[in-house]
Design a protein. Structure first.
Length: 130
């Protein structure tokens, strides 16, 4: 079973994401702020991180940068989940170290397929580098 860290401060979004991932067979751990997300990312063996960008404390971009600067580096995909959809936001999010981008509002019927699509692309890109 794959283990996912969901860093999301909105309880409704956290419930939707958790429900969809658990139905798809994922094990979950969660954090509601960047500091806790960073701590869990470094402490837990994970297969994926879903990162809200607008978080209390350090935001998701800084949390992602700190994860990428740690020993985790590029070992696992980090997917941003955000309502930021202005010109340049996607590029800024990817430049911070996220491997993909899912816009809010979250569609619980489509989110698992979106995640799988990003992971497949990430796996393909990392296989090509070997």
């Amino acid at each position: 079973m794959k283990k996912v860290l969901v860093v999301e401060d909105n309880q409704d979004n956290l419930k939707l994401i958790s429900y969809a991932l658990k139905r798809a067979g994922y094990e979950l751990v969660s954090a509601t702020c960047g500091e806790d997300g960073l701590e869990l990312a470094q402490a837990e063996p994970l297969d994926l991180i879903l990162m809200d960008i607008n978080l209390p404390g350090i935001d998701g971009l800084e949390t992602t940068r700190r994860i990428r600067d740690s020993e985790i580096d590029g070992r696992l995909p980090i997917i941003a989940i955000t309502s930021f959809a202005m010109v340049g936001d996607r590029e800024r999010i990817l430049a911070a170290g996220c491997n993909g981008y899912i816009e809010k509002p979250i569609d619980p019927l489509a989110i698992v397929d979106q995640i799988h699509s990003i992971i497949e692309r990430w796996d393909h890109e990392n296989t090509d580098r070997r």
